[in-house]
Every structure is written in structure tokens, then in C-alpha cells.
Design a protein around this ligand. Sequence first.
Ligand code: SF4
Ligand code: SF4
Length: 65
Amino acid sequence: MVKNNRIQILHSDWCKGCGLCIEVCPVDVLALQHEKIMIKNLEKCISCKNCEFICPDFVLRVVDK
Ligand code: SF4
Ligand code: SF4
């Protein structure tokens, strides 16, 4: 499968560490570090956008590579 898009953290300083995005990611891409979101497995991302849609603080976005 060709993957043209990937999740990016656009505004890590806006993250409040709620963990919602981690719960909805089906392939375990995201993690918290010091209560801020981080990407631990970028290559696993399937660009489903679950995390982008659920984040209440507009921290994450799936963008073109
Ligand atoms: S786009 Fe989907 S697969 Fe990628 S990090 Fe977000 S929830 Fe996980
Ligand atoms: S849903 Fe948004 S605010 Fe909550 S942990 Fe994820 S990136 Fe941070």
C-alpha cells in the first residue's frame, strides 16, 4: 500500500496531554512524553485522521509528505 500522507504535530505547545488521540489511533503511532504528544511509530501511520478529528486543541494534522 502506498502511503502518501503522514501525521504531524503542528502545535505541540497546545497539547494538554488528554490522551484522546492515543486512544483512537488504531496502530499505536502516538504516545505522551512529559504530558505532551509525541510520534513514536511514524511508519505505522495509515493516515486515518482519527487523531486529527478528535483532538480538541488542533495539535495534530495529516499532511502531504
Ligand atoms: S492518522 Fe490515524 S494512524 Fe495516523 S497517527 Fe492519527 S490515528 Fe494514528
Ligand atoms: S488529543 Fe490533542 S490535546 Fe489531547 S493528547 Fe492528543 S494532541 Fe494532546
